[in-house]
Design a protein around this ligand. Structure first.
Ligand SMILES: C[S@@+](CC[C@H](N)C(=O)[O-])C[C@H]1O[C@@H](n2cnc3c(N)ncnc32)[C@H](O)[C@@H]1O
Length: 239
């Protein structure tokens, strides 16, 4: 549908009718041929906002999928890069895809839910790309608290988001239409597939982070078209 090696429409529909975990297990072998994988060319604009090569001890990629964020973090980190995802299929592809990157620092792949992270004061950086739509609004506070606990004091949570698009724009109504379809699907088909657009947007996301003891800085005009509306948020866990 998106690429000759990508999923067909029927495969995508099958995936969307599965649970979120199972849907990503099914999609995993073809995920890198979809627009859902955060492009390396986009993350090249994020890396300089995080730091110089080997300037960070430990980095965490939340909802790592096939490893886009881990690949970006690896050259920046000295000791550890950890990816967490609840799809074993996505983790398997990440392991294979990243098998050839430099041996140091070592990469760790953890099967788990980002709403139940097993880490305490362990990371200098946590990133989350292309996955904030999988966190329901009612779980955003818990998600933020999990990230805070995983970071050391002074550690930073870095993610890409945007402001709410204008109600007069096509993108706004396409997103609302998708969300309505997903709401109907999740009302009638169990288990749910959790994926909604227009979540964790500015300024609400920055306010939530500040309520949890982060200081959030929003970097605008970071990306070229067609991603120029997106911003990088760097939220520092205050000591
Ligand atoms: C669209 S992919 C993004 C992958 C990658 N971060 C990227 O940007 O290319 C979303 C990923 O989030 C994972 N995911 C969704 N909800 C999750 C949760 N609560 N805990 C762990 N992983 C989750 C899915 O399994 C999937 O691999």
């Amino acid at each position: 549908m998106f690429h000759p090696q990508g999923p067909t429409f029927c495969e995508l529909a099958h995936q969307a009718l599965s649970s979120t975990e199972r849907g990503y297990d099914l999609l995993a072998p073809k995920f890198d041929y979809t627009p859902f994988r955060t492009p390396d060319s986009l993350l090249e604009f994020v890396a300089p906002r995080i730091g110089m090569p080997k300037s960070i001890d430990a980095g965490l990629d939340l909802c790592c999928g096939t490893g886009a964020g881990m690949k970006m973090l690896q050259p920046l980190c000295r000791e550890r890069v950890v990816g967490v995802d609840f799809s074993q299929g996505m983790l398997r592809v990440a392991r294979n895809t990243l098998a050839d990157v430099a041996a140091e620092p070592k990469l760790e792949f953890i099967h788990g839910d980002v709403l139940e992270l097993p880490f305490r004061n362990e990371f200098d950086i946590a990133v989350c790309f292309g996955a904030l739509g999988h966190i329901l609004p009612r779980d955003e506070s818990r998600f933020t608290q999990q990230i805070k606990q995983a970071l050391r004091p002074g550690g930073r949570f870095v993610f890409i988001t945007a402001s709410r698009p204008s109600r007069l724009s096509l993108v706004y109504w396409l997103a609302r239409g998708f969300n309505a379809a997903m709401y109907v699907r999740n009302t009638f088909v169990k288990p749910p597939f959790i994926m909604y657009y227009l979540t964790f947007l500015l300024p609400a996301a920055a306010k939530l982070l500040e309520e949890h003891g982060f200081r959030a800085i929003v970097h605008e005009n970071v990306f070229p078209k067609p991603f120029h509306q997106a911003c990088v948020v760097v939220a520092t866990r205050e000591a």
